[in-house]
Design a protein around this ligand. Structure first.
Ligand code: 1GP
Length: 249
């Protein structure tokens, strides 16, 4: 059941310990901008491109963004959907995710039921992932009707993560919220990592090499950055973060 993209990620992690994924929010870019960000991020050593945002984007625009990235960067494109409207037939894979601390069944399993037939029809590779919103939660927390787990309750995040693993999710994502003032703290990452055996993804508010290094040293297997690629310094910033990741273990 493990598909090409998941195998690629696992092999990369095996070889490099920790890896970096670049998140592009289709609402914030034109297709040429997305392609330029992805090409620069690839040159800096990012392993794949995630495409998704917290609010609505037209499928037509999403398709154009994904196609532009695929054409130029030639890296796997993994959808990071906030709803069924985040599915594009042109991507390689999709984080088939459940927002584990949402109070709304729609974000736990409702959107997934609506989206599953489309994932099959488009032959997208589903990668099961448990998504947990922590800290102040940001836009994703509001849109997903989450009860964000406070940073000082790492054992609660760990309980959510372990439940996700026991339910069969093959990745766990600790989300501090895009543009979070404070990234997920190392104590929370460490506690969660000690509980689970599946790869741990950490994102939200990581802007510097030091923050990336701290997250990886605490146990993050995959670091996701989004906001920092939305400005002109994309290459420098992503290189800096990746140097932090590679110099860590
Ligand atoms: C958001 O975790 C990601 O879903 C990335 O966050 O945009 O703050 O890098 P940033």
């Amino acid at each position: 059941m493990v598909g090409h993209v998941e195998r690629y990620l696992l092999e990369k992690m095996e070889a490099e310990n920790s890896i970096h994924l670049t998140l592009i929010d289709p609402e914030k870019v034109t297709p040429p901008q997305a392609s330029s960000i992805a090409v620069k991020a690839k040159l800096s050593g990012t392993s794949a491109i995630m495409v998704g945002g917290s609010t609505f984007v037209s499928t037509k625009h999403l398709d154009s963004v994904v196609k532009a990235i695929k054409r130029t960067a030639k890296l796997p494109v993994i959808l990071f959907p906030n709803n069924v409207t985040g599915i594009s037939r042109y991507a390689d894979a999709i984080w088939f995710m459940s927002l584990l601390n949402s109070v709304d069944p729609y974000f736990l399993v409702g959107a997934q039921i609506l989206g599953a037939p489309m994932v099959k029809k488009y032959r997208l590779e589903p990668i099961p992932m448990g998504y947990i919103i922590v800290g102040d939660g940001g836009t994703a927390g509001i849109v997903g009707k989450a009860v964000p787990i406070p940073y000082n309750k790492p054992e609660l995040a760990a309980a959510h993560a372990l439940a996700g693993q026991y339910l069969g999710m093959r990745f766990i994502y600790l989300e501090g919220g895009s543009g979070a003032r404070k990234p997920v703290p190392p104590e929370m990452i460490r506690t969660v990592k000690n509980y689970i055996d599946v790869p741990l993804i950490v994102g939200g508010g990581i802007k510097t090499r030091k923050q990336a290094l701290t997250a990886v040293a605490a146990g993050a297997d995959i670091i996701v950055t989004g906001n920092i690629v939305e400005n002109r310094e994309v290459k420098d910033k992503v290189s800096e973060i990746i140097k932090g990741i590679k110099g860590s273990r």
